[in-house]
Write a protein that binds this ligand. Structure first.
Ligand SMILES: CC(C)(COP(=O)(O)OP(=O)(O)OC[C@H]1O[C@@H](n2cnc3c(N)ncnc32)[C@H](O)[C@@H]1OP(=O)(O)O)[C@@H](O)C(=O)NCCC(=O)NCCS
Length: 148
């Protein structure tokens, strides 16, 4: 059987293009709280800010050395993090999101929050399998929480 590799690494500025492509893809936009198309300049500034900001971290998940997903972590308070994530559209439906999230969470401690539109069934199924529980509901957006 061929060897499989999984790797979670921090983003670098050079990842801006693939991250913009995933961000502007239809399903990602439909499932995002802000569904607007993001312009290249705005996105590049956003990526630069994330790289500089000590309260934000973003990761690329690689499967067999190909970028297949991303997670962003925003520090909300002491040991409290909001997570947002996307899987490369070509790799959706393979449950790769769960592997990415497991790898991210494996040695982390704290409270993790995810805001998910209530109609985003794949995302809800994925985070519930990881142990996230519904914490709050507001205007068709569910807030899920995991304490670990
Ligand atoms: C949400 C997302 C990260 C899930 O990652 P994924 O690796 O593609 O996950 P999958 O779709 O393979 O699996 C997730 C679960 O949803 C289920 N599922 C997928 N599509 C479904 C559908 N249309 N109806 C019902 N269940 C569905 C899968 O069967 C799986 O459940 P199971 O483990 O109980 O079998 C990915 O779909 C994505 O990037 N979506 C667009 C961006 C997005 O929504 N980001 C999150 C914002 S909160």
């Amino acid at each position: 059987m061929t060897k499989k590799t999984f790797h979670l690494r921090e983003i670098s500025y050079d990842d801006w293009e693939i991250l913009l492509e995933w961000r502007n893809e239809k399903e990602t936009r439909n499932n995002s709280i802000n569904s607007n198309i993001i312009q290249e300049d705005e996105h590049k500034d956003f990526i630069k800010k994330i790289i500089k900001d000590s309260e934000k971290n973003q990761f690329i998940f690689e499967y067999n050395e190909k970028p297949v997903g991303t997670i962003r972590e925003d520090l909300l308070g002491e040991d409290q993090f909001e997570l947002s994530y996307t899987i490369n559209p070509k790799y959706r439906g393979m449950k790769i999101g769960q592997i990415m999230m497991h790898l991210y969470l494996i040695e982390r401690k704290g409270s993790f929050f995810c805001e998910v539109k209530e109609k985003n069934i794949p995302s809800i199924k994925m985070i519930e399998k990881l142990g996230f529980k519904l914490f709050k509901k507001d205007n068709q957006i569910n807030l899920y929480k995991l304490d670990k």
